[in-house]
Design a protein around this ligand. Structure first.
Ligand SMILES: CC(=O)SCCNC(=O)CCNC(=O)[C@H](O)C(C)(C)COP(=O)(O)OP(=O)(O)OC[C@H]1O[C@@H](n2cnc3c(N)ncnc32)[C@H](O)[C@@H]1OP(=O)(O)O
Ligand SMILES: N[C@@H](CCO)C(=O)O
Length: 450
């Protein structure tokens, strides 16, 4: 199938054969947009957009549920929201066509720093142009057009995915999106969020192997120290002090180190070692005792290094920094006619559909509950739900039961016609790979070899 018109998507199965990270994602498809002009004015040609779908379109082609992934997610929502997906669940592919696309700049299959730059024949690397949340929405809408979609029932997403969720009704024709569920997100990325992102980027820049972004872009070529440190910093913002204390407290563990790693440990001078009771220096331990929380962070860093790319990480954190729903959407005003922040937000978000469900995680220190309360006040007739969770920001990826209950009940209220018969799947031909997945097991590994 080929489209000659600019800015239409062509369905394609080739993807980018050289992208290792995209090969980690199961069952996704690729659409290719012939020409796309980014908000920055830069044009890209033959732009791949990786996406996954579950379920089928109804006759009116408007039973679409769009999921927007977070910073390091992929189009495979089953990978990170599995307990919410399935018949009778919040993301019910027997009632909706569920669509989730990978954002621009992510390593999981859409155009990114890993893509080939046609001008050089090599990967874009750090020269990949900046993209915005609005670019993602406009791009994903083109893919929906190609799939024949006439309208979207609801857009749901958390964190960066919540930013995308907010932009969907603002970047598409009025009435195209009927409802939104922004979770653990904000109307703009404030100084706090920008600064955490900058701290993580600085960790990457300071790694000597980063080479201004021109490292070999496969897991082995990564600026490992920098990206690993960025992830450990990020993990602290995704969780909470309470969850760290209750999970790890002062528990200790033995870090199993390789002989090479142990041999390369610097030998501290005797004055820096502890003392034995007779005053002689404490002997060096070859397997130093570590706190369990240190091990956990190291483990998370290593896990991340095997699945994410540093240039993509920098790109996506900058994309989040660009998020501001009011940007370019407010009338020109003189200084004497300035409005309050809330009035400005009401003006812009007033264009979103009514009855949004805004969800907050009460212990979130990154996207703070007051930011979601503000959204709920400024979106027309919105509802606000706070989820009790000790897990901080990542609560939106962990509190499955509560999320499921509040979203199901909300969708039943908003779209009763999709729920007329509880016992039957209104769409028979349901194609999904959701059922074939193995549930991931979260557990404690107190002694980890890395
Ligand atoms: C193809 C792709 O990869 S797509 C992208 C997938 N990822 C995403 O979509 C991003 C969103 N997901 C996330 O951010 C995370 O996965 C979350 C929030 C959903 C869950 O985080 P997790 O890291 O799985 O949870 P948690 O914090 O409980 O950590 C569990 C892991 O830490 C390990 N762990 C726990 N305690 C310790 C410790 N003291 N020391 C070392 N390791 C430990 C566990 O063994 C477990 O290991 P495993 O992941 O290999 O099973
Ligand atoms: N844990 C999530 C948090 C970002 O919101 C991620 O890595 O994408």
């Amino acid at each position: 199938m080929t489209f000659k018109t600019d800015k239409e998507a062509e369905l394609d199965t080739s993807g980018d054969q050289n992208n290792y990270y995209a090969s980690l994602v199961q069952g996704q498809k690729i659409a290719r947009v012939s020409t796309f002009t980014l908000e920055s004015g830069v044009s890209l040609d033959s732009v791949p957009v990786a996406y996954s779908t579950w379920g089928a379109l109804n006759e009116e082609k408007h039973n679409v549920l769009v999921i927007c992934h977070a910073l390091t997610g992929s189009s495979d929502a089953v990978d990170w929201w599995r307990p919410l997906i399935g018949p009778g669940k919040a993301l019910d592919y027997s009632r909706y066509l569920i669509f989730c696309a990978n954002v621009l700049g992510s390593p999981y299959g859409s155009a990114s720093p890993l893509s080939m730059n046609p001008e050089t024949g090599g990967p874009y690397g750090p020269s990949f142009p900046e993209t915005t949340i609005r670019d993602d929405v406009r791009m994903q809408k083109l893919v929906l057009d190609t799939l024949g979609v006439q309208g979207v029932a609801v857009v749901i997403g958390g964190s960066m995915g919540g930013m995308t969720t907010l932009e969907w009704p603002l970047c598409t024709p009025p009435g195209y999106v009927k409802n939104i569920v922004p979770i653990a997100t904000s109307a703009d990325h404030g100084a706090w969020g920008i600064s955490w992102g900058e701290t993580q980027r600085q960790a990457i820049y300071s790694d000597s192997t980063f080479d201004n972004g021109w490292y070999k872009p496969v897991p082995e070529g990564q600026p490992r120290m920098g990206l690993g440190t960025a992830r450990t910093i990020a993990m602290l913002t995704y969780r909470s002090q309470g969850s760290f204390e209750s999970r790890f407290g002062r528990k200790r563990t033995i870090a199993l180190k390789s002989k090479e790693e142990t041999d390369s440990l610097p030998t501290p001078p005797p004055s820096h070692r502890g003392s034995m009771s007779d005053g002689t220096p404490e002997p060096l331990r070859l397997s130093p005792t570590r706190f369990s929380s240190q091990n956990y962070l190291q483990y998370q860093a290593n896990k991340f290094l095997s699945r994410f790319d540093a240039n993509c990480y920098i790109h996506l954190t900058k994309k989040m920094d660009s998020h501001d729903v009011t940007q370019g959407r407010l009338p020109q005003r003189s200084d004497s006619n300035l409005q309050s922040r809330e009035k400005d937000l009401q003006l812009v978000l007033g264009r979103a559909p009514p009855n949004a469900l805004v969800i907050s995680v009460e212990s979130d220190i990154l996207f703070r509950p007051e930011q979601q309360r503000e959204l709920a006040r400024c979106l027309p007739d919105a509802k606000f739900v706070s989820i009790e969770s000790p897990d901080g920001h990542d609560g939106f990826l962990l509190e499955f039961d509560t999320l499921n209950d509040v979203i199901v009940s909300h969708l039943k209220d908003c779209f009763p016609s999709f729920y007329t018969n509880e016992s039957e799947c209104p769409i028979e031909a349901v194609e999904t790979h959701a059922d074939k997945r193995v549930h991931s097991v979260f557990g404690e590994a107190e002694t980890v070899d890395f």
